[in-house]
Design a protein around this ligand. Sequence first.
Ligand code: SAM
Length: 217
Amino acid sequence: MSYEKERHMMVESQLRGRGIKDERVLGAMETVPRHLFAGPDMEDRAYDDCALPIGEGQTISQPYMVALMTELLELKGDEKVLEIGTGSGYQAAVLSLLASDVYSVERIDSLAVKAQKLLVDQMYGNVTVVISDGTVGLPEHAPYDGIIVTAGAPEVPSQYVEQLKINGRLVIPVGSRYSQVLYLIRKTLQGIERHVSTGCVFVPLIGKDGWTATEIY
Ligand code: SAM
């Protein structure tokens, strides 16, 4: 089953209907087969208006949140983007249609391996999945035009700002273990501009500059 009708309805009602305007983002989410990333157990719920479990206690984010975070990056097509939190690989697939190079970091081996295989099988060839602690960014490929963090951080890890280009954009949920605020942070020649987007709830960003595993249970 291709789920084209469900995907179109998701784009029109959940995304366009809630104010997502970037036609490139809407087009990418009309294209990427979210049901493949949600996996066989969740396939028939893949286009529902919610996050879904993907194993290992992790989730594939709600479609609206994927669209909003991607729109905030204002991608034009020639950018190098870093994603922290590969998870299912869905967000990385969306980014791959909107940017030139995508690096995606995941700390859980099994999720990273599964996502990389799916991304290769589905021909998202400009995505590289790296298994490591993404709280320190990915210095070997910096600087980035955009960084998107798909797990909730207690505060903004300093490496992310350091690894952004001037005029680069960082989208990151920051707050407590149980609820966060989505920030858009712009790095300018004059310093950092921070804008609040919306409230949100993400699984925790765990690592050296994030939560420790013991803090979250
Ligand atoms: N973007 C994903 C998708 O499209 O399916 C959803 C990501 S899920 C909400 C958050 C992910 O962040 C989880 O897979 C989790 O293992 C990962 N994560 C948490 N801390 C991390 C860290 N320090 N480095 C890399 N990944 C991390």
